[in-house]
Design a binder for this molecule. Structure first.
Ligand code: SF4
Length: 331
């Protein structure tokens, strides 16, 4: 079966937005460890945070799983159930523009010891698909299209196989959470995230003001140079953001490390811009109106804030101790 992941993208956005609103409220009551909330869908950034900044930064990292891992929960524990299959009887492969998604899928947190199965069994990258096709002498243009199956139902009335989200090409986290928080915390249903570049186009920020007071301050930080600057600010106590969408690749996931590259490398920037343009023209999904989500929360999950939803869609992070042995030195 070939599935599309919009249902998991939408669940990741809704769960992250709910997490943010809860953290914001706790922060107002003086729990300083709650904000800024840092996005967690990028395993490149999460691995760096665990290894380099450990317990200092981990409380700020969103506990909502990435869309890939939410899809894993859906496929192994919902789809399998509807087919009367035990989770280990389903082999789940994802296609990602990212090598680090392989590391994410192999985390012990996403392994079911009882059933001896992972939520995602195998991750294949765009580059690897291209290599496999090349090896077989097959051109993508000549491949017969397979139907995308919808085992969870239709998202809405629109007949469409590929969806995008408003905001960045990395899932639109900052955009969606900003609008959700403006509506649910400040009764501003028409707020828009208007990002402005700061030092470079890969570090942008936006604010929401209410009665002349700044109530939300969001940022999007792409690439390690900007992530390092963000960490320094946080360590110096000078990071006044409420939320930061953090992505390890410059320009985010559309420019993922395992994304297909143009033959002439000097055209990379143009290709990314073209992809951003194509992506922005796709029909946009609105998680709150997604009929599949409404049904899943009502029937399978037992409510919007149920323990089951927490168990299936949230995760943990772990500080990785630096080893001081000679073997661990990398030259
Ligand atoms: S930003 Fe890069 S490393 Fe991070 S999830 Fe996207 S493609 Fe992967």
């Amino acid at each position: 079966m070939v599935l599309d992941m919009t249902v998991a993208d939408d669940l990741a956005l809704i769960e992250s937005a709910k997490e943010f609103v809860e953290r914001y409220r706790s922060f107002q009551e003086d729990d300083q460890n709650q904000l800024p909330m840092l996005s967690s869908s990028c395993p490149g950034w999460v691995c760096y945070a665990e290894k380099t900044h450990g317990n200092f930064v981990l409380p700020y990292v969103s506990v909502t799983k990435s869309p890939q891992q939410i899809m894993g929960s859906l496929v192994k524990y919902h789809y399998a159930q509807t087919r009367n299959l035990s989770p280990e009887r389903v082999y789940h492969i994802t296609l990602m523009p990212c090598y680090d998604k392989k590391l994410e899928a192999s985390r012990p947190d996403f392994y079911n010891e009882l059933k001896e199965t992972r939520d995602v069994d195998c991750v294949i990258t765009s580059i690897e698909i291209e290599q496999m096709l090349n090896q077989e002498g097959i051109s993508l243009q000549n491949v017969t299209r397979n139907e995308i199956q919808k085992p969870f139902g239709n998202y809405n009335q629109l007949e469409c196989n590929i969806w995008s989200h408003q905001g960045s090409g990395s899932g639109g986290y900052a955009d969606y959470i900003f609008r959700y928080a403006a509506k649910n915390l400040f009764q501003e249903p028409n707020a828009k995230l208007e990002l402005k570049s700061l030092r470079n186009p890969d570090f942008q920020e936006a604010v929401l003001e209410k009665n002349g007071k700044m109530v939300l301050r969001f940022a999007v930080a792409n690439g390690f140079r900007n992530i390092q600057n963000l960490m320094q600010k946080l360590k110096r106590g000078k990071c006044s953001y409420h939320y930061v969408e953090v992505m390890a690749c410059p320009s985010g996931c559309l420019n993922g490390g395992a994304q297909i590259r143009p033959q002439d490398k000097s055209h990379l920037r143009e290709l990314v811009m073209k992809m951003e343009e194509v992506y922005s023209k796709l029909p946009q999904s609105n998680p709150e109106e997604n009929l599949v989500l409404i049904d899943l929360y009502k029937t399978w999950l037992g409510g919007d804030h149920s323990e089951k939803a927490n168990a299936l869609f949230h995760t943990k992070y772990h500080q990785i101790e630096k080893m001081n042995t000679a073997h661990s030195i990398k030259w």
